[in-house]
Design a protein around this ligand. Sequence first.
Ligand code: SGN
Ligand code: CA
Length: 543
Amino acid sequence: MKYLVVVLGFLMLACKTHEEKDERPNIVFIMSDDHAYQAISAYSDKLIKTPNIDRIASEGMLFTNASVTNSICAPSRAVILTGKHSHLNGKIDNISKFDTTNVTFPQLLKKAGYQTAMFGKLHFGNNPKGFDEFKILPGQGSYYNPDFITNKGDTTITGYVTDIITDLTIDWLENRRKKEQPFLLMYLHKAPHRSWMPAERHLKEFTQKSFPLPQTLYDDYKRNPTGADFNTIDATPEINLNPYSTAAKQAEMNIREHMTLAYDNKIDKETLLELGISEPYMNYSPHARMNEQQRRNWNEAYEPIIEAFKEAYPKMNDSSLMAWKYQRYMQDYLGTIKAVDENVGELLDYLEAHELDKNTLVVYTSDQGFYLGEHGWFDKRLMYNESFKTPLLIKWPNKIKPGITEDEMVQNLDFAQTFLEAAGVVAPKDMQGKSLMPLLTGAKKEWDRDAVYYHYYEYPGEHNVKRHYGIATKNYKLIHFYYDIDEWELYDLKKDPQEMNNVYYDKAYQDVVSEMKLKLEETRIKYKDSKKLDDFYIESYKK
Ligand code: SGN
Ligand code: CA
């Protein structure tokens, strides 16, 4: 009898501890900067194998139709943190200040009892609110021997940025994580952002690789029908006879024309002067922050490239120069991704080894997509697929069935509400996204979104991408370029996934045009965007 009482007592105690244990999931939000979905092998293995990032998809869900609301760094981060479109959170471009009176999901999680930490690139110009600990790069940060801003002052750390961000993250998990609290960990890479500097250990491997040229590398930006084709379109007077998309043609992100040999392709100034080449950023040196050894390793990999370029350049024409620059771009860009993949693997291994993987929702995404030579481009900003879409892979054992591919239209706008719901916190009513929970947990019937909204503002500005807004459905995309032009583009995404033919003026598409325009207006109203706000942000940009 006595024995039974003791056992019962123990059992009751065990139940009590179980009851008191906080069962809310941990959230690990991994985001890289400018990581194109074309450079993740879970999407396509034409360019690079990323076995570690792919693990998130094979153990969870791969989203093939995830997009951003404004394809540029700091605005994307503001949308993620606030769950509000740029026109409401106010961070419309990389230049304007983030309004710190915005309510962000980390603040709400912290208030609800989560331990919160952020490591890596934020790019806001001010420190993040709602974090128990942060170590962030100032602005864009540096690849080699980077500076960090921390709650305890600034510091410089020797090494390669991607490895350092991981070390800081794992150090926090190991030494300062409080076991009794669930945590939110934001692990934010600088790579693969321009100027694409791989780690020493990857330099030789990647500078020797070559890659297939994208089909649209030599795009001339003709989008509208002309001449004989013009008969097929509705010949109303307002039809724009310009065969080009003005926005695509005037964007300054063409690899041949706008990518620089010194800064982007790492050809030194002396060589350029010898070859009679003059271009912007010629004084740039990749060595600026490197120590002796880093410099030696760097030069060993790049000197042969410089020598080969000296030989080849005099015989190059526009087309071979384009192909050469594309290869150099891919070697360095993808080289930086190799380190991201290795480091993501290290973090996933750590979580597993410490049994932190079971009750943890892990997200891998980028602040936007990126052009890897499609349409001849690098950079982003435009609403065309490669920069509008962003990679998204999520795993959450026991909640998400492994190996699912999801093609519903989701956005970076949805993260805040997703994480809040996962943590059992009620989201503020003015957040504008949708929790992804129904998609994650197999309750797809509850998902009813049929269009997503986009608005880009940073013009006039670097890369010269015009202001535009638009909507995309699974079948069509309608874009309105405004401010100093007034041009509309409609793409039939099923027939023309590369977005090469603007069917806005095509007779056969006039019903679609009307439907999409109506939907765009309704969407602008629903999200509280307006002509008045367009004008407000034009005026405030001038100041
Ligand atoms: C830098 C880059 C641009 C890039 C912006 C924004 N130029 O200004 O090419 O578009 O960042 O990128 S650089 O000469 O400084 O490399 S973002 O990801 O931060 O939005
Ligand atoms: Ca970015």
